[in-house]
Design a protein around this ligand. Structure first.
Ligand code: GLA
Length: 387
């Protein structure tokens, strides 16, 4: 991989002198969806697939970007004196946003960079290809210019750039999972205060299988922001009757006792999802720690139902993948993962059932939806590294 990247860098930029090679993972969330902007818990893990970056420092203030995932766009040029979001700049708004966010925090970037990226995460699939680029960029800036930031800071800077440069009000989950990733472990993160613990993903005789619906998110980002503001309104209504900082502070019983404060039935459902999903995530992690994989799988299934019926972020593509998965013997649990509205599902599947799972779910999906899904058997990997 490294050799091929260096060769490509040389082809694109004339030579590969002075470069370093870096990697940041993608992530999959096992459970705890749409809880991270509600002060709840999440349980994601970093993957061994992600984004590779070859980069070097320049002598001037120019920025040159090239992505092997968008060869047709060629080299996209910019400048450290022009760190503003531009529609025509496409994917480069992610790394530029991170540079901008460093500068916002008083870390001035002294010199320009030539960079070439190659990602093996399916784009726009819900496995956080954009957060992977953000954390990678932050990691490279720290490496090149010696900024004193921790990996957790890299996550917060990535999120800040996504919120304020790229206009998506995402929570902290994706960037945190990527920057803090640990081989064979998922991260049990309380988004209310960023307290976290690692929990080994011990799936004796089973693997994590991701099914990509190949439905692009489309209007997903605006729907995402809409869900977020529905939750914020519901929280403000609840705060009139109960002293909480986020929906994640409520148990299911407390929610039931106070839910009449929410003046709209749709918002009641949105808030119910946030509250119950948080409680489910806590229980699911307890089950995993107790080696009760079957119970963990049940929680994943219940998570999907809640995202489908109360939060309404699934759609026919994700529902088909999950409902077909539930029919397969050897499936421990299956749910949509990430923001929803397209993207991927995550399933825990017994080793001996994986081939049959891919065939059965794949065939049913094609027959119903009219195009194919892609399947990936993934492994849980570490955070960003220099290669
Ligand atoms: C996206 C966001 C995350 C999180 C998930 C939903 O991936 O980037 O912050 O909100 O959706 O759980």
């Amino acid at each position: 991989m490294k050799e091929a990247l260096l060769k490509k860098f040389g082809e694109v930029y004339g030579d590969a002198q002075g470069v370093k090679v870096f990697f940041a993972p993608g992530r999959v969330n096992l459970i705890g969806e749409h809880t991270d902007y509600n002060g709840g818990h999440v349980f994601p893990c970093a993957l061994t697939i992600g984004t590779y970056g070859v980069a070097r420092v320049r002598d001037d203030r120019k920025l040159r970007f090239y992505s092997m995932n968008f060869d047709h766009l060629g080299v996209i040029e910019s400048d450290l004196d022009d760190l503003t979001p531009r529609k025509e700049a496409g994917w480069t708004n992610y790394p530029k946003g991170v540079m901008w966010a460093f500068e916002e925090r008083g870390m001035k970037i002294p010199k320009g960079i030539d960079i070439l990226l190659n990602g093996n995460i399916p784009n726009g699939s819900g496995l956080s290809s954009s957060a992977s680029i953000e954390v990678l960029m932050g990691y490279i800036l720290r490496d090149f210019f010696g900024f004193e930031v921790s990996n957790q800071d890299l996550a917060l800077i990535g999120q800040y750039s996504e919120n304020n440069f790229n206009g998506v009000n995402c929570g902290i989950m994706d960037q945190f999972a990527i920057a803090m990733g640990k081989k064979e472990c998922a991260i049990f993160l309380d988004t209310a205060d960023l307290a976290y613990t690692y929990a080994p993903v011990k799936l004796d005789g089973a693997k994590i299988v991701i099914a990509c619906s190949n439905k692009k998110r489309g209007l997903g980002d605006s729907k995402y922001n809409e869900r977020r503001s529905e939750c914020e309104t519901a929280l403000a209504e609840l705060q009139k009757v109960v002293d909480i900082r986020g929906l994640g502070d409520l148990t299911k019983e407390q929610f039931e006792a106070h839910k009449d404060a929410i003046k709209d039935p749709v918002r009641v459902r949105r808030a119910r999802h946030a509250v119950c999903e948080n409680q489910r995530t806590i229980k699911a992690v307890e089950a995993l720690k107790a080696n009760d994989i079957a119970q963990f799988g049940q929680m994943m299934n219940a998570s999907h139902v809640s995202l489908r019926d109360d939060y309404e972020v699934t759609g026919i593509e994700l529902d088909t993948l999950v409902e077909e998965a539930w029919k397969v013997d050897g499936v421990i649990g299956s749910r949509m993962t990430g923001a929803g509205f397209g993207g991927c599902t995550v399933s825990l599947v017994k080793d001996e059932a994986i081939d049959g799972f891919i065939k059965q779910v794949g065939d049913a999906y094609l027959a119903k939806i009219g195009y194919s899904a892609d399947f990936y058997v993934v492994e849980v990997g570490d955070g960003p590294v220099t290669l």
